[in-house]
Design a protein around this ligand. Sequence first.
Ligand code: F3S
Length: 387
Amino acid sequence: MTVFGDYIQGDALESIARGEQGDAAYHSLELLVGLARAFHAPHLIPVSSVQISGVSFWNLGLEGLEYLETLAIDGRVRVPATLNPAAFNPKAPPAGVSHSDVENQARVVAAYGAMGVDTTLTCAPYLWGNLPRFHSHIAWSESSAVVFANSVIGAMTNREGGPAALAAALTGYAPYYGLHLMENRAPHIVVHVHTALSGALEFGLLGAAIGQRTREIPFIILAGGQSEPLTEDLQALGAALITFGGAPMFHMESITPESLHFPVPTRTLEVTAGDLAAVHESLSSPGEKPQLVLLGCPHYGPSKMAALSRLPLDIEGLSIGTAASCNTLSCGGLRGGCAAVAPLPSGVNRIATNSVKAAFYLKNRGVSIELLSEAQCLALGNRSEEP
Ligand code: F3S
């Protein structure tokens, strides 16, 4: 017990620390207490929801897979926990992936499943049943989901690493520091947006434009007359914000639930239409008609997927590859995968997307990008427009 010092408070933690809840819970507690000490957290705090990254076998390797399978011997989640996308869904592997990689990826997902993790393979768990309450303490790890949870839901989470999130799921606790404390959630800079925005593409450009200029938590004031952002707009904004700058949350005047909780900062940042155009130009390049259209980064929820499934899209031919939570669509190799790391169909080197985050990662992989609005992307994948 002494190895954990004062971090053991309450019957549940005492039982884990005595080893009564099995090896996986004990070693998870070791990891969490180590993190708590490193970040000077005064104690651990119960969490009500977990979201776990670290799913791709290509990142985990055999060692990571075997570690997960060892935990799965007696490790069982104590709170609802969902799983991030992998590079690909082993139930719908893309062409060209080796049999052994498909098998190993399936073993990774199975190990999480054996521990009781919901193997949703989504980075938008809040749209698929893992929806925390306002000011509940949670332990999430996928960057765009962390920003959405902190900003739009008002739940409280640090950006946990995959092993720490899994440890939180297996114990029900996380170190109490960072964004679990109200004082660390205050905005430090006001962002005045001087142009009206429409759709996920433009909100993503805003997130990138802010992230390029500050890493601090922004208080965003949209232009006068701006219509209320949709959920997918706020997803896109948060995903780009943390990708380009690292801020784990934002406040938005009259939109996000904690926007009234703090004094408005005095320092300001101005964002104009020209700033958004500059981000667009840095990511998107003119060229041939894209061979693939990528939507759903961050992942869509069920209602959006159902709406897409009713459109005459050439999904099976992968002229549109709707990434990720394509649980209601047959969209080939990208189903259940992540736009950033999914293996691309052979010969694809130019992609259209409305996601600034996906554009950033794909461009870094050497792919030529055309950043378009969702409507323009859908028009490219529309069968009825084919000759
Ligand atoms: Fe989700 Fe992957 Fe995009 S985790 S936010 S689909 S880069």
